[in-house]
Design a protein around this ligand. Structure first.
Ligand code: UDX
Ligand code: ADP
Length: 459
């Protein structure tokens, strides 16, 4: 059995590494057009930071796990082909700002159609709008070859930062296939792959559309919980309630459950916003405006949470941050990843820069290049007009906070809990403000040191 995965990103890389690690009898080849990325997968410095991933990759690489730019060869040799390329939100034309841009998916399907020489099972792994499998199937069959393609949907539920654990012991694996004999056979082939290590009862099989829609719905529900608790955090601030206490109290109700109730500066990541907007677009497409508006509110609430956080900073710093050094600790969208896609930090920094603040950023895993690229993409500065000097990226948190008017925590990295806040206080301008956008610090202790400290939804 040979598997090929097109796309060596945050999803394709770890997922294929785990399959190779667990299935000695399967040869797994990950292909990508990005040479730099493939070179990194073949080096000691993997392109993505993910706890535990190095060991999994090292165990299998060169044995039954290969990373290469030879896309056609990978496709030609494989029995099962995973499509795991990026599907960003469209920025142009029809559906801009909501619909997924499927051009990379389509390119892959066309490539497979062109080079395949025998029957293939094609698996959609990227998060996609419902009915994409149908488009893939039509492109594959449109090539007019006598070979047969079966298209399966196998959405990824791993969360970044815990990808290895999530892949090793998934809550469930979902496989959607065509309701036919050939479809069942293809589904069974993929079930057999996962059954190498996942208990059979955790492998769910459905029709293709249910599988595709389940992925969007799962992410919409998760994001909705965060927007719900964030909505309550604003009310907490107005009333003197503590959002963590409220979250704990409601989370002990087994019907609600304790997870995903952590109020924050807002959710980020490549999936939540994109998937909800996909869902909204789908509802609009099918003439369901009330359903669309219901889910869109989850995203509006998230935008509001980021905006009001910045407004609070400006208000607290005597209504101006112009020319003031603001130290930003954390740029990744969550801890234990170097991924910054849709990170709330991007929007908080953007808004601070629009207020003419001097933003000093430190993140343990995100490099300067990524920070500057992200800020450039949201139109914060044109490199030539000198505005770039308002942003500086530091390698050391204590350097970042020196002479700052305020410290702003935007990612819940464990190391931020361990910093020497007395030392930080001593080197800052006074009054020294601290805004904890992740509620990871003990505000009372900080106040004892002398900080003017505030969190999210905290009295
Ligand atoms: C998510 C889904 O969890 C995963 O199943 C899917 O496959 C991809 O999308 P991911 O985006 O990697 O995973 O991370 P996740 O842990 O879901 O966090 C998303 C965002 O929500 C982060 O910015 C995180 O900080 C934030 N978050 C999460 C909160 O603000 N509060 C919480 O209680 C949980
Ligand atoms: P995800 O989080 O979904 O894994 P990434 O952006 O991290 O998304 O990874 C997607 C990868 O897919 C990128 O490395 C990109 O170069 C690759 N890719 C996109 N289009 C193609 C294509 N047509 N052929 C091969 N690889 C592709």
């Amino acid at each position: 059995m040979k598997i090929c995965c097109i796309g060596a990103g945050y999803v394709g890389g770890p997922t294929m590494a785990m399959i190779a690690h667990k299935c000695d009898d399967i040869q797994v080849t990950v292909v990508d057009i990005n040479e730099k990325r493939i070179a990194a997968w073949n080096s000691d410095e993997l392109p993505i930071f993910e706890p535990g991933l190095d060991d999994v990759v090292k165990h299998a690489r060169g044995k039954n796990l290969f990373f290469t730019t030879e896309v056609d060869k990978g496709i030609r040799e494989a029995d099962i082909i995973f499509i795991s390329v990026n599907t960003p939100t469209k920025t142009y034309g029809v559906g801009a700002g909501k619909a997924a841009d499927l051009k990379y998916i389509e390119l892959c399907a066309r490539r497979i159609a062109e080079v395949a020489e025998d029957d293939k099972i094609v698996v959609e792994k990227s998060t996609l709008p419902v009915r994409t499998a149908e488009s893939i199937r039509r492109i594959l069959e449109g090539a007019g070859k006598s070979i047969k393609f079966q298209v399966l949907s196998n959405p990824e539920f791993l969360a970044e930062g815990t990808a290895v654990e999530d892949l090793e012991a998934p809550d469930r694996v979902l496989i959607g296939g065509e309701d036919s004999e050939a479809g069942d056979k293809a589904v069974q082939a993929l079930v057999d792959v996962y059954a190498h290590w996942v208990p059979r009862e955790r492998i769910l099989t459905t029709n293709v559309w249910s599988s595709e829609l389940s992925k969007l719905t799962a992410n919409a529900f998760l994001a909705q919980r965060i927007s719900s608790i964030n909505a309550i955090s604003e009310l907490c601030e107005a009333t003197g309630a503590d959002v963590d206490q409220v979250a704990h109290a409601i989370g002990t109700d087994s019907r609600v459950g304790p997870k995903f109730l952590k109020s924050s500066v807002g959710f980020g990541g490549s999936c939540f916003q994109k998937d909800i907007l996909n869902l909204v677009y789908l509802c609009e497409h099918f003439g369901l405006p009330e359903v669309a508006a219901y889910w869109e509110q989850v995203v509006h609430m998230n935008d509001h949470q980021k905006e009001r956080f910045v407004k609070r900073i400006v208000r607290t710093l005597f209504n101006t941050v112009s020319g003031k050094k603001i130290a930003v600790l954390g740029f990744a969208f969550k801890k234990d990843t170097n991924d910054t896609r849709e990170s709330p930090a991007i929007y908080v920094c953007r808004d601070l820069l629009r207020e003419h603040a001097q933003v000093a950023i430190y993140d343990p895993k995100v490099n300067e290049e990524s920070v500057l690229r992200d800020l450039e993409e949201v139109g914060t500065f044109e490199p030539d007009n000198g505005k770039r000097k308002h942003v500086s990226v530091y390698q050391d948190p204590y350097e970042a906070v020196k002479d700052a008017h305020a410290v702003v925590i935007l990612t819940e990295w464990d190391e931020f809990r361990e910093l020497d806040y007395q030392r930080i206080f001593d080197t800052m301008l006074k009054p020294a403000f601290i805004f904890d956008g992740r509620n990871i610090l003990d505000l009372k202790e900080l106040r004892k040191i002398g900080f003017e400290a505030s969190g999210i939804g905290k009295p």
